[in-house]
Design a protein around this ligand. Structure first.
Ligand SMILES: [Zn+2]
Length: 300
């Protein structure tokens, strides 16, 4: 699934080819994406694409009469191709520009989206409730600390909540927590302001590094094969359960949180006492035999 760095790399990859160009035609081959592609997308014909912005994982193509929103969903990718390039399976949507280039969306699983917002986009509600962008100054440790308050939410779930901060998807939440030595199940009310400060910097670094790494794939956006915007990265924990920790050689473990995989090092990311206490309390309520409770308690 493309995450924020992939979407940002996509924006960087396609912008030089189509920004400032006029749309000559719009072709919808299959309107059945996550939401049906609206007829109104044709209103960009004859208009100039002013710029491409990104908010969270949404690409926002700005025109004088509104915004065309593109979302890559689970498996979507876009390419910039020559106008005579034949369409292939899963090419659902395209825009033809006056420089003979096509922007083409391919999405096998069709969880992506193409939507049209005439003018005041943020009044439509899709983007208004989002938290700050992680790579801006609005995303600070003060913001995280204030949002955490006294909430008893696991830190990993908290970081992946779009109302808290956008674009910290599963991969980057796993990686940032490992680098910050925070166990993914740590409740946010037991994370200190100082620790949030460290974590905030790490999240910014991890995402910025991924975008930089993706920069090597920019040429893929103009090639007909491959999956532009998806790039291999050096990962410490994500997808590596059962392998050894780069730091201490312990075997990495995996838990499920909000139905997503969290991989961590049991030595480098220890659950704080406060979280263990609170977890034990809630288990007691569910009448877990005390022997098991004691056995599960990690040593500190
Ligand atoms: Zn370790």
């Amino acid at each position: 699934m493309p995450e924020l760095p992939e979407v940002e790399v996509c924006r960087l990859g396609i912008t030089p080819h189509i920004a400032g160009k006029q749309v000559e035609d719009v072709v919808v081959r299959n309107a059945k994406l996550r939401w049906p592609i609206p007829e109104e997308v044709h209103s960009v014909v004859g208009k100039t694409l002013e710029k491409i912005e990104r908010r969270s994982k949404y690409l926002l193509l700005r025109f004088s009469n509104g915004t065309l929103l593109l979302h890559l969903g689970m498996s979507g990718s876009v390419r910039i191709l020559e106008q005579d390039t034949p369409a292939v399976k899963h090419d659902h949507f395209e825009m033809l520009f006056d420089n003979e280039k096509i922007l083409r969306l391919n999405d096998p699983r069709r969880f992506g989206a193409v939507l049209w917002f005439p003018e005041h986009l943020d009044q439509q509600g899709l983007l208004t409730k989002l938290g700050p962008e992680p790579l801006t100054d609005d995303f600070s440790y003060g913001h995280l600390f204030a949002k955490a308050g006294n909430r008893k939410v696991p830190i990993k779930t908290f970081l992946m909540d779009n109302h808290v901060v956008v674009g910290v998807g599963n991969i980057y939440a796993n990686e940032a927590l490992f680098i910050a030595s925070i166990h993914p199940a740590t409740l946010v009310n037991s994370v200190s302001e100082e620790k949030f400060n460290e974590l905030t910097d790490i999240i910014k670094q991890v995402l910025a590094a991924a975008i930089e790494q993706g920069g090597t794939t920019l040429k893929d956006f103009t090639q007909a094969d491959g999956k532009p915007g998806y790039f291999a990265q050096k990962l410490f924990v994500y997808g590596r359960a059962g392998e050894k920790c780069d730091g201490c050689q312990s075997v990495l473990e995996e838990i499920r949180q909000s139905n997503r995989s969290s991989v961590f090092c049991p030595q480098c990311q220890v659950l704080p006492k406060q979280t263990v206490k609170q977890a034990t309390k809630s288990k007691a309520k569910r009448k877990v035999p005390s022997k098991k409770k004691a056995a599960k308690k990690p040593k500190n």
